[in-house]
Write a protein of this length. Sequence first.
Length: 142
Amino acid sequence: MTAATPARTNLLARPGQHREPGITGGGRHDAEQGIYADRAEGLSLTQGAKASVTEHFANRAMFPSDNYDAGLAPPGSITGSYVSAVTIGSGDGEIAVTFGGKANSMIAGQQLLLQASDAGGSLTWSCSSQNIQPRYLPTSCR
């Protein structure tokens, strides 16, 4: 006689929701539940770009013209599971995050834009998107 295998529970599932461990619905995730990971990765991948833009501005009193000028890898080299590129704008202080890969269909192919502004010697950052619905933007961008 063999002992029964104990049931495994996904501790990350919401109450009343059952998911088998390791199953994510075929690579797509629900807009309301899974999109936070896409946004978080997008913002996380901009941290190095923001630091480079800030340093370039502090040293030269101007924004970098592109990834190379900022000392960063080419845009398509800064990627993740949900992000296909991080691009420095052309001297305007903008950083564009392009969502791709496994990104939720509500934001796949769209861009999140971070904009630096000179605040009298230091930079402030704002974010927006021309094509991502506000409800899918990171909370700090709404």
